[in-house]
Design a protein around this ligand. Structure first.
Ligand code: PEP
Length: 249
């Protein structure tokens, strides 16, 4: 049975002290065993975050990693490096990585494979652009993204995959997909997985929604049948807001 997940993507925010402060503020929060809560601080603070969260239920994930295991890739971080400091989860394919660092579904397929080789859990982000939404071809776009990046995985590899549907037009814009729009897409995604694999596997995959989730709209979105929680950007940087969102799941 799939769990609910609320994951905070801190992006390139918070210095070392601010990272520690935010973690300390979140630590006392208690939440049901059916819920997982994750935070993704910057690379430089992952080791600290890992130490500060030890023994608690906050899970730490990286925001990215390289597809290769080692080599001449200046400025990059490998899965093995993350694993060596106790980080066994990573966000891949965030729309900002796609937009600013030319990540594509084909290059992400390789990253996903590398992450799985290292036994890491992957929060895989994907979503359509505003033009796709306006043109009405958003279902096709999502289908292509999933088929290219993930549909060569074996059924057992899917136990390490968490999906995050993030319509690009809703990220950091204040625009949110309506609960009905989110549900419609999440049901479509689950249906695609059921067709490619089977219904049991599809029912086990956790599909998060991301895009301007705030305390005010979280419960309406999370109440949708196929929405299993959220990937949160801006609102994850304020302990109070992030905790309110966790309480809404
Ligand atoms: C994100 O960056 O994944 C995101 C969902 O951001 P925000 O919540 O700020 O829209």
């Amino acid at each position: 049975m799939r769990k609910k997940i609320v994951a905070g993507n801190w992006k390139m925010n918070n210095n070392k002290g601010e990272t520690a402060e935010l973690i300390q503020a979140l630590k006392p929060l208690s939440f049901s065993p059916d819920i997982r809560v994750m935070i993704a601080p910057a690379f430089t603070h992952l080791a600290q975050a890992e130490k500060l969260t030890q023994g608690g239920r906050l899970e730490v994930l990286a925001q990215n990693m390289n597809a290769s295991d080692s080599g001449a890739f200046t400025g990059e971080i490998s899965a093995g490096m993350l694993y060596s400091i106790g980080i066994n989860k990573v966000i891949l394919g965030h729309s900002e990585r796609r937009a600013y660092y030319n990540e594509t579904d084909s290059s992400l397929k390789k990253k996903v494979e590398t992450a799985l080789t290292h036994n890491m859990e992957v929060v895989f982000c994907f979503g359509e652009e505003l033009e796709d939404r306006k043109a009405g071809n958003y279902f096709e776009v999502i289908q292509t993204q999933l088929e290219t990046a993930l549909f060569d995985l074996t059924p057992s590899e899917w136990s390490k995959i968490i999906l995050a549907y993030e319509p690009v037009w809703a990220i950091g814009t204040g625009e949110t997909a309506s609960p009905q729009q989110a549900q419609e897409m999440h049901a479509f995604i689950r249906g695609l997985i059921a067709l490619k694999y089977d219904q049991v596997l599809a029912d086990d995959v956790c599909i998060l929604y991301g895009g301007s989730v705030k305390p005010a709209n979280a419960s309406a979105i999370f109440s949708m049948r196929d929405v299993d929680g959220g990937l949160i950007g801006g609102a994850a940087l304020k302990a109070e807001d992030f905790m309110a969102i966790i309480q809404s799941v």
